[in-house]
Design a protein around this ligand. Sequence first.
Ligand code: NAD
Length: 387
Amino acid sequence: METSSKVVTIGLIGAGARLRTVVKNLTSAHPGIRVGAIHDPDPLSVEAAQAEFGREIPAFDSVPALVSTPGLDWVFIGSFNHLHSQQAIAALQAGKAVFCEKPLATRLEDCLAVQNAVRTSGRPFAFGLVLRYAPIYQKVRELIAAGVLGELISFEFNETLEFNHGGYIFGNWRRQTALAGTHLLEKCCHDIDLANWITGSLPMRAASFGGKDFFVPKNARHMARLGPDAQGRPAYRVWPDPHGVNPFSEGADIVDNQVAILEYANGVRGTFHTNCNTAIPERRFYLCGTEGAIRANAITGKVEWRRIGHETKLEEVLAGPAGGHVGGDEAMAVELGRTLLEGTPPAATVEDGVRACVAAFGIDQALDEGRIVDLHPLWRQAGINPK
Ligand SMILES: NC(=O)c1ccc[n+]([C@@H]2O[C@H](COP(=O)([O-])OP(=O)(O)OC[C@H]3O[C@@H](n4cnc5c(N)ncnc54)[C@H](O)[C@@H]3O)[C@@H](O)[C@H]2O)c1
């Protein structure tokens, strides 16, 4: 579906699995968008991107070489998380518009540096919070706006991962906080962003507990216990990864389970639970309001709601899960294409990226320090006045 006759050329920094999916969806939805340059130190990623988008596309050996290429309108960033900020800033300073995958950065000062570069450059910036585009969350927002909940009082949300997904995380660069940041930041900043978006507020107090209890060497026995799948792939290593290591090997310094309790500036309270080794994966919000409740699970795609009352019935709709990220990938491709071709505002901005990161930093501070953390100083540092 092409929305404009304009041609937009993009450069890829970090042409790994995620960015290739984003760009494949984008170029399929909008033939006017094409890839004009690639930078990735891994020849396998360069080869896969050229095979997907065109053998003639030049590969550059550095970020400065790519961002100074004439004729590139946008730079798309899908590298390791600790690199996002410096690469985004280099692209913005070279006058390019930027799409950056989540999270914005692994440190607060780097988040703020990107935000500052967006503001001073005046260049467009779109952020990869793909779930904002997913029909299931649009439906939740629609129900809230229609008054199904009344006033939101409290909620639960979670992201519990199927065991092979957990094995993938613990088998690649995400196992190292130096490259990825914490598990909460890397994997769950989507969910934190949705909670901020749904509550219309920001967390002010956080308590959190977590640890690495499953992906430790003694539990490698579970690979043998389960044996290979029908295609002969070892348990916990079913997801393809050319550089994957044994997820139970030493060296991972992220948590594999974490629980948090949050209180928002508007008085709403919530709990969050993540676990990387589950038999029943969920990505579920359960929202309780003065007049009703909503439950939405992005794994099944089901949204359920009921108004408080003697005769009311539980209603439900299937708002997914067709497509990647319950349809968010496809919806983002259409919307993001409009941003590139027509200049429409993106669904997720650099400010949304900062807010998701600051909330994750605060929750992880509570985990590290073993106490209830007041997030006001972090929000102040970020120049944000929470509502
Ligand atoms: N929005 C989402 O739902 C979603 C989903 C998956 C991943 N992601 C994000 O996308 C990013 C990439 O994840 P992935 O799953 O594609 O991982 P990946 O390992 O497949 O890709 C990362 C790529 O970055 C490259 N890279 C490493 N150092 C680099 C450097 N100095 N310069 C440029 N590239 C470099 C690697 O070679 C690799 O090709 C991460 O930030 C991740 O959080 C987002």
